[in-house]
Design a protein around this ligand. Structure first.
Ligand SMILES: O=C(O)CCC(=O)C(=O)O
Length: 274
C-alpha cells in the first residue's frame, strides 16, 4: 500500500484532509482546492486539445448525443505523464469512500468533456446546460461508492457552465435514470430535492477539483464563453463493484468478456489505489 510519503513524492496530487472527507460524506460532494499541480493540468489541456482540437469539437462523434458536453476517452492510465495523477486520485477516492474493509480502488472511466459554447453552431452536440441528475444508475454497477473527480483544465466560474450540487441528495437513495423522467426536471419528479440546499455553481481556480458521489444530484449551466469549457472527468469505483448485467453506457461488457455479477477485469479497469 502506498504510504503518504510515496504519494507526496510520486503524485502531483496533494492528500485530502479529514475535514474534506467529512464534507464529502455529509454533503455528497467536496471542493478540493489546489488538489492537482498546475503543470499536470497544463499537460492534460494540451493532450485534450491534441485529441479534440482547439475548439473541443474537431473529434468524430463519440456515440452518445446529449447537450451536457462533447466527450472523448482520455485513456490516461496508458500515459506515463497522467498515471501518477490517477494514483493520487485513487488514494483520495479511497479516503472519501471510507470503507471499513480494505477495498482497493479501480479506474472505471476517464474522459475529456468540453462543454461547447452555447452561442455557437457546433459540429458535435454538447453545447447546452447539464440538467440535474444522479450518475449511479447509468453505470450498471452492483454497489455504491463510485464518484467523479471533475477537473477543470482552466480557471472557470459560473459563466463557463460549472457544476453545482444538491447537498445531501446522496442520502435519498437511487432516483432513477435521467432518461425516465419524460423530459421533466428531477426536482419535479422528486420534490424532496427542493428541501435540500443547492451549492452555488463552483468557481474553480487552476488545480481546484470537485469530487461528487454517483448518488449526488448535480447539474451545470450552459457555457456562455466563446470557447470550450475544458474538463477532464475521472471516475473511480470500489474495486469490488461488479457489473449488474444491465446495459451500461460507459463500457462494453462483450469487449471485455464480462458476465453479469462478474468482476471488472484489471487490464481494462486498472487498480489505482490498493
Ligand atoms: O461536465 C458537466 O457539465 C457535467 C458532468 C456530469 O454530469 C458528471 O460529472 O456526472
Amino acid at each position: 500500500m502506498a504510504t503518504n510519503a510515496d504519494i507526496a513524492t510520486a503524485s502531483p496530487c496533494r492528500e485530502i484532509t479529514p475535514g474534506e472527507a467529512a464534507h464529502y460524506q455529509e454533503k455528497g460532494w467536496v471542493l478540493l482546492k489546489q488538489f492537482i499541480k498546475p503543470e499536470t493540468i497544463a499537460d492534460l489541456l494540451a493532450k485534450a486539445k491534441g485529441i479534440m482540437g482547439e475548439d473541443g469539437d474537431s473529434n468524430p462523434p463519440y456515440g452518445i448525443d446529449q447537450p451536457y458536453f462533447n466527450a472523448m476517452l482520455a485513456s490516461g492510465h496508458d500515459d506515463p505523464k497522467v498515471r501518477p495523477m490517477l494514483n493520487g486520485i485513487g488514494a483520495a477516492a479511497k479516503r472519501l469512500m471510507a470503507r471499513k474493509a480494505d477495498v482497493p480502488v479501480r479506474l472505471f472511466n476517464d474522459f475529456f468533456a468540453p462543454k461547447l459554447p452555447a452561442n455557437k453552431q457546433t459540429r458535435n452536440q454538447g453545447n447546452g446546460p447539464t440538467s440535474f441528475h444522479q450518475d449511479y444508475i447509468t453505470f450498471a454497477v452492483d454497489r455504491t461508492g463510485g464518484m467523479t473527480f471533475w477537473i477543470p483544465l482552466e480557471s472557470y466560474g459560473p459563466q463557463a457552465g460549472t457544476m453545482s450540487f444538491i447537498e445531501g441528495s446522496h442520502k435519498l437513495g437511487v432516483l432513477g435514470n435521467y432518461t425516465s423522467y419524460d423530459g421533466k426536471d428531477i426536482r419535479e419528479v422528486w420534490p424532496e430535492l427542493e428541501d435540500l440546499p443547492m451549492s452555488e455553481q463552483v468557481t474553480y481556480e487552476l488545480g481546484d477539483v470537485t469530487a461528487h458521489s454517483h448518488l449526488t444530484v448535480h447539474g451545470a449551466g450552459a457555457n456562455l464563453l466563446d470557447r470550450p469549457r475544458w474538463a477532464y472527468l475521472v471516475l473511480p469505483q470500489p474495486a469490488d463493484a461488479r457489473w449488474n448485467g444491465a446495459p451500461p453506457e460507459a463500457f462494453d461488457p462483450a469487449a471485455h468478456g464480462m458476465t453479469p455479477y462478474g468482476t471488472f477485469p484489471d487490464e481494462a479497469f486498472p487498480i489505482i489505489a490498493d
